[in-house]
Design a protein around this ligand. Structure first.
Ligand code: KIV
Length: 514
């Protein structure tokens, strides 16, 4: 491998998914995994196979489907975890087992209750075991940035000697600053005798908002793999955002003389996909993927932009997959124009999916004059996640200044049509009461969030509903429509469908420790 190549290791489906409110079902994980593969991610951490039967199934299915990326499963430093990871990864064209244990005094004393010498033995044994199943083994020193440096060097040396091909130096609690993280990586490069036999990796949590800066400093000091997630989702304040590190490398080639495989024109679409699946909408001023990231409002900036975009733009919207065209299509646009627009957006779907998407596009165009790229992307995301068990047949609302607000709701539940007319404190409350009456359940509504996909009063609303089951499972549903109440009903229905599926899966283990 050329020494200036940065390996992009995406952990949206593991570190991202294990954070509160971000759980995804199998179909959603497959969609994300395929999108990561298509954008050129080198390694996809598909899950933690031993964590639950659902996690095992996801890693296994992703391993079957993915064509180019290496598929990876996390495993604690335990025989059972490593064997389960190996089993889940069997169908993969290229697989990696990622095993980890802590190296900091704090973790060893309070959490693991192990001595440093005992941990070295465990590292050697577990890495050797993982090597029996694959030549591609990553070992992580959890809480590396709060570990004693000399001990960390010994642990890394032990892992490499046992066969680790990647050694990951996580800033598990987001404690490091760019300067000390860079120095730590350099210390390992200078002091671990066999360091040239493995790739050094970064994994930076964002507790102090320094994850991207820390990852970039690490590659300046010898790391060649960055672990990251789409939109920076992850434990607590999140992980390093893939879009940020990749665009920093591409934009500042004068400083970062590195290369990576990512096709950056996929960034906007995958960011939207992850937002609509998890319901975790990025803030408008989020770097690269926020709604305002390429918007120029101030007069002076607009004047400069009109004269020459380079005056205020350090990267083009097109480079991250945002198109300049404001008006895209309307109700007179035909199949051909629709297909061309998808092609411009970098979307390649089969004939049947195209027909379905086109018919939904026509429905939308009947209601909305101008169809923007964002509408098309949302339409495709919703299309590919259509749930079948519960479907919205019809919804009629009576609302306004004079109450009561009433919903007349009809659902098709497993083939049978159920109807109710019910009141509520406003149209959304009435609709949700109706859903409760027709599909009785014990889940609690944790979040109800509405945003507009594009501008104008006929913009589609995107609604996120987050439910919590009595067992503590968190489930997100997203719905979109030009009618906010219909979008709300759809979001709730999607969450109910997911909940029904989740309840057919049995969890065998609690979530992994971080
Ligand atoms: O934050 C962390 O230390 C981790 C490791 C398991 C890589 O997620």
């Amino acid at each position: 491998m050329a020494n200036n190549k940065i390996i992009i290791f995406d952990t949206t489906l593991r570190d991202g998914e294990q954070s509160p409110g971000m759980s995804m079902n199998l179909e959603e994980k497959l969609l994300v995994a395929e999108a990561l593969d298509a954008m050129g991610v080198d390694v996809i951490e598909a899950g933690f196979a031993q964590a639950s039967n659902g996690d095992f199934e996801s890693v296994h299915e992703i391993a079957k489907r993915i064509k180019n990326s290496v598929v990876c499963s996390l495993a604690r430093a335990k025989t059972v975890d490593i064997e389960r990871a190996a089993e889940a990864l069997k169908p993969a064209r290229q697989s990696r087992i990622h095993t980890f244990i802590s190296t900091s005094d704090i973790h060893l004393k309070y959490q693991f209750k192990l001595s440093k010498e005992e941990v070295l033995v465990i590292i050697a044994d577990t890495v050797k075991l993982a090597r029996k199943y694959t030549d591609n083994v990553e070992w992580s020193a959890m809480d590396a940035t709060r570990s004693d440096k000399e001990y960390l060097c010994r642990a890394v040396e032990t892992a490499i000697k046992a066969g680790a091909t990647t050694v990951n130096i996580p800033d598990t609690v987001g404690y490091a600053t760019p300067q000390d993280y860079g120095q730590l990586i350099k210390h390992l490069v200078d002091n671990v005798p066999n360091i040239d036999k493995a790739v050094i990796s970064t994994h930076c949590q964002n507790d102090l908002g320094l994850a991207t800066a820390n990852s970039l400093m690490a590659i300046q000091n010898g790391a060649r793999q960055i672990e990251c997630t789409i939109n920076g989702i992850g434990e607590r304040a999140g992980n390093t955002a893939l879009e940020e590190v990749v665009m920093a490398i591409k934009t500042r080639q004068d400083l970062f003389k590195f290369d990576c495989n990512i096709d950056t024109t996929h960034i906007t679409r995958i960011s939207r996909l992850v937002q609509s699946i998890t319901g975790a909408m990025v803030q408008v001023n989020k770097a690269i993927v926020g709604a305002n990231a390429f918007a120029h409002e101030s007069g002076i900036h607009q004047d400069g932009m009109l004269k020459n975009a380079s005056t205020y733009e350090i990267m083009t919207p097109e480079s991250v997959g945002l198109t300049k065209s404001s008006l895209v299509l309307g109700k007179h646009s035909g199949r051909h124009a629709f297909r061309d627009r998808l092609k411009d957006l970098g979307i390649d779907i089969g004939d049947n999916a195209l027909e379905d998407a086109f018919s939904r596009f026509k429905d939308l165009a009947d209601k909305k004059k101008e169809i923007y790229d964002e509408d098309i992307l949302t339409l495709l995301d919703t299309e590919s996640r259509r749930e079948d068990l519960i479907q919205l047949e019809s919804l009629h609302i009576t609302c306004g200044t004079v109450g009561p607000q009433t919903a007349m709701l009809a659902l098709r539940v497993d083939g049978e049509v159920r109807r109710v007319t019910i009141e509520g404190n406003g149209p959304v409350d009435a609709t949700f009461n109706g859903l409760h009456a027709l599909v009785p359940h014990n889940a609690k509504l944790l979040l109800y969030q509405v945003s507009a996909i594009t501008q104008g009063t006929d913009a589609q609303a995107e609604v996120t509903v987050r439910l919590e089951t009595p067992e503590g499972q968190i489930i997100n549903g997203v719905g979109s429509s030009i009618d906010t109440v219909v979008a709300s009903a759809q979001a709730y229905i999607t969450a109910l469908c997911k909940m029904q599926r989740l309840q057919t899966r049995v969890s065998v283990l609690p979530q992994p420790p971080k």
